[in-house]
Design a protein around this ligand. Structure first.
Ligand code: ATP
Ligand code: MG
Length: 508
């Protein structure tokens, strides 16, 4: 019991008032003042700020106890308990309208009064806290940049914040009580097939659901790209009470991704157009450098934010969220490798050829193989090198050809118990033909023609990392020497890559 609680007694009959005052004091409360009219009650409450007002209902003058209680509650936020002899329906009904914290009928037992007095401040406190929470929630919901919709367990809308109002085209007033499907109509991006609302699966399974990239059809029929996440509201018995759905407009991000895709296409198209119309290597290089630069900035952003997300928020994500994050990261990584690839590929075109001279292919193969084999392969590959006819060309370019072919041979045979790379060459009537053969995984020979195109890879990044420019570079170099390239992979027997070169001038 709180003995220091201060109570204002409002009672027009002085004898009754004094009696109540004495009984309250004997229960351990303080009664600093007594009011006899409604107006006086409001005034004394304002001056003395009591913890509680004990209010008679029928009072002389213009303001009765119900009215006075309303004012005291609204203006001063002080709890009021009615204490009255009038327990008829009408009086009780009016008193109830003012939502009192207690209602005690005279004559009363002290115990009943005491319980009412003790409970009132608790309820008052609780209501104040609820009001605070609700204000805090409203402020939070309206200040966050994401759209938020809450539903009950039947998927009917309880509330939505301003962003959700803007995105869906529904107002809180119109939306309240509507089925969520009315507000949030989702369709698939390309097919326009309906996408099931994540709210339903959350209500069924009680688990958070992430809905990546779908189109939201708003009330006016416009489509907006969104990402959505729906989480259950669960009580202490694990019963799902409703769902909170958070979603955001990702049109900007979609546009950025689309821009990257377009740029990418542009590079490929421009590069091939430019080389068809005989653009100079410098022109090509400038073009690719410019576009690579364009692409790198947003790419760095994607990679950087993904890293931050991983570092600081990974624990807040569920499995699906983490999966998305990994995909973003690996896509950014492979795009970066592609940009590097463009530059490497174009680097070859940019450089003019050195004057041709004799090239000792035996020595070249041996040294390239030794450079590549030691650090890369486990177990190390074995080289079978047949005697090779000397070639005629640009030494450093031909070295690059062998680096690319031998590194592939080693890479794609690394899983064999005894990886073996065989290099040989023959002199034909009007050309020299060399081959690099391995006993690795081989490739699908129906797609052999595409291997030499830039960025064409027949194996997954996870199995065999790479960018897909090595063979395109080989082709470019060999063609600039006046030769040709081709490849074979009889099933299960590894792969053989051939290149031909015109014979040395003195042999012509
Ligand atoms: N020796 C080989 N055995 C099997 N497949 C091969 C072999 N060499 C190349 N390939 C296939 O051809 C694709 C293109 O080869 P390429 O050398 O251009 O790219 P990469 O090795 O994947 O990447 P990088 O740009 O790092 O060289 C490879 O991804 C692979 O699918
Ligand atoms: Mg390669």
């Amino acid at each position: 019991m709180n003995s220091t609680r201060r109570i204002l007694v409002v009672e027009d009959e002085l004898v009754v008032a004094t009696d109540i005052q004495q009984r309250l004091v004997s229960l351990g409360y303080e009664v600093p003042s007594i009011a006899s009219t409604g107006e006086e009650a409001v005034q004394l409450a304002a001056e003395g700020k009591p913890d509680l007002v004990l209010m008679d209902i029928v009072l002389p003058g213009g303001m009765d106890g119900v009215e006075a209680a309303n004012q005291i509650r609204q203006q001063l936020d002080i709890p009021v308990v009615f204490l009255t002899a009038h327990s008829d329906e009408h009086t009780f009904g009016r008193a109830k309208m003012s939502d009192p914290f207690g209602y005690v009928v005279k004559p009363f037992e002290e115990r009943t009064l005491q319980i009412a007095i003790e409970l009132a401040p608790h309820r008052h406190d609780l209501e104040r806290k609820l009001r605070q929470i609700s204000r805090w929630m409203t402020a939070t919901l309206s200040s966050i940049g994401d759209a938020v919709i809450a539903t009950n367990s039947r998927g009917e809308v309880l509330l939505l914040n301003l962003v959700a109002e803007n995105l869906t085209g529904w107002t809180q007033a119109a939306a309240a009580g509507q089925p969520i499907d009315e507000l949030l109509r989702l369709v698939q991006e390309n097919t326009e097939e309906p996408v099931p609302n994540p709210v339903w699966s959350v209500l069924r399974e009680g688990k958070t659901r992430v809905q990546a990239s779908a189109l939201l059809v708003d009330r006016g029929g416009d489509e907006i790209h969104i990402d959505a996440c729906a989480a259950p509201i669960i009580d202490e018995n694990d019963t799902v009470l409703g769902v909170v759905l958070v979603f955001r407009d990702i049109s900007d991000r979609k546009h950025a991704a689309e821009r990257i895709r377009q740029l990418n296409e542009q590079v490929t198209r421009l590069t091939s157009e430019a080389s068809e119309r005989g653009a100079t290597p410098d022109e090509l290089h400038t073009l690719v450098r410019a576009v690579s630069h364009d692409l790198r900035t947003p790419l760095r952003g994607i990679a950087g934010y993904a890293r931050m997300l991983e570092k600081s928020y990974a624990s807040h994500l569920d499995d699906t969220g983490r999966e998305f994050l990994t995909t973003i990261q690996s896509s950014a990584k492979s795009m970066n490798a592609m940009l590097e690839g463009y530059l490497a590929f174009l680097g070859v075109s940019r450089r003019g050829l050195e004057p041709f001279g004799p090239v000792n292919m035996d020595e070249l193969v041996q040294s390239v193989f030794e450079d590549l084999n030691a650090p890369q392969a486990e177990p190390p590959a074995t080289l079978i090198r047949h005697a090779l006819p000397p070639a005629w060309g640009d030494l450093s370019m031909l070295r690059q050809v062998l680096v690319n072919l031998l590194s592939n041979a080693i890479k794609f045979s690394v899983r064999r118990d005894t990886p073996t790379v065989e290099v040989g060459g023959v002199v034909e009537s009007n050309r020299l033909v060399y081959f690099v053969k391995d006993n690795g995984v081989g490739f699908d020979s129906r797609r052999a023609g595409r291997l030499f195109e830039a960025f064409q890879r027949l194996h997954s990044m996870a199995d065999f990392p790479g960018t897909g420019v090595g063979l395109a570079i080989v082709k470019r170099i060999i063609e600039r020497h006046g030769g040709q390239v081709w490849a074979e992979s009889p099933s299960g027997q590894g792969a053989t890559f051939f290149f031909s070169l015109p014979p040395a001038p003195k042999a012509r």
